[in-house]
Design a protein around this ligand. Sequence first.
Ligand SMILES: Cc1ncc(COP(=O)(O)O)c(C=O)c1O
Length: 402
Amino acid sequence: MGMVSDLHPLPYGRQSIDDDDIDAVVRCLRSDYLTQGPEVRRFEEALCETTGARYAVAVANGTAALHLAALAAGVRADDVGITSTITFVASANAIRYAGGTARFCDVDPDTGLLSMRSLEECVARTPPKVIVPVDLTGAVADLPRVNAIAKRAGALVVEDAAHSLGATYDVDGVTYRAGSCQHADMAILSFHPVKHVTTGEGGAITTNDEALYRELLDLRTHGITKDPQKLEKNDGPWYYEQRALGFNYRITDLQCALGSSQLKKLGRFVSRRREIAARYDEAFAQLSSRLRPLVVPAGVRSAYHLYVVRLVARPGEDLAGVAERRKALYLALAEQRIHAQVHYIPVHTQPDFRRHGMGSEKLPGADAYYASCLSLPMFPTMSDGDVDRVVAAVTRIVSEGA
Ligand SMILES: Cc1ncc(COP(=O)(O)O)c(C=O)c1O
């Protein structure tokens, strides 16, 4: 057997950059525009084509996309926004950036997705301005039901599709795409390097609503407009007005040139992710008394941003025991240069939320999920040999007791 130091490291995710991506960026560098040029519009059009949404607004990162979506959804001081506690902190922070208060829903521990029962209870307790369902790991949340609950409560839905570009879900025999906004008012995407396609940093909001689209465009650049129909007066061709407090959340042309090049390969990237997931699923079927892959709901085709397994509790074992074994598995994998990760620490337990009067919810589904989850390496350039190396290491470690 070779030395561990001879093994290449396997991170939980990484970008796939080819020569055509590099060429696209170099072409942009030689062009007239590094920012606010034609590449942004081109990338937005490609995003519309990919998701099926009518409008897309590309921005500096997924967090900025969430912030602008929360503002466009009308969140202001004293408003409530609801999201899942099993997500990256950004989903909840966006509600706070807009001045609102974040409330947290529980998840179904088998899927990691928003529990509809918990959402109903949460909405009944405090009517929200916005609900942010999260397509955790690339499996689309139950958007039709979230949307129905939101509409009854007069709230808007912002699908956090940071993990799910390329995923689909079926409703009554019809297939819909993540980010299409068929069951949401807006959706947000992230193009961080571990995501399906990357722009370095980057994000976007998609929507089918023209008024929301126009507002998002203004908010992206300082709340400034040159639209003659919106101006209070017009001093001349140079004239603009700041009509809302916006931001500089623009993305560069360099990044969008990379994004458009990457998007052309999305189908291939997602297919490879699904192949890797199928290989893991098949191998881990033998270990089902010890460890189970996260369940993808019926009718959903995950885009597998992440591949999460959960350790099965032993008879009589409490969550602390499961969490201890999960840590042992994480550490033992790291010794083999396999760098797993935990997605996510329940946001409602974060000290900053507690400090600001949020996060007092009791969410047992999220506790069970968090104690047991581990994200294994998942990225399109993994070879079958890499997948087999992870399977062999996990199988050995859990069989020896973790
Ligand atoms: C679920 C989720 N939402 C939002 C974001 C924020 O995206 P970004 O890192 O592009 O700001 C992330 C990023 O990791 C995420 O995982």
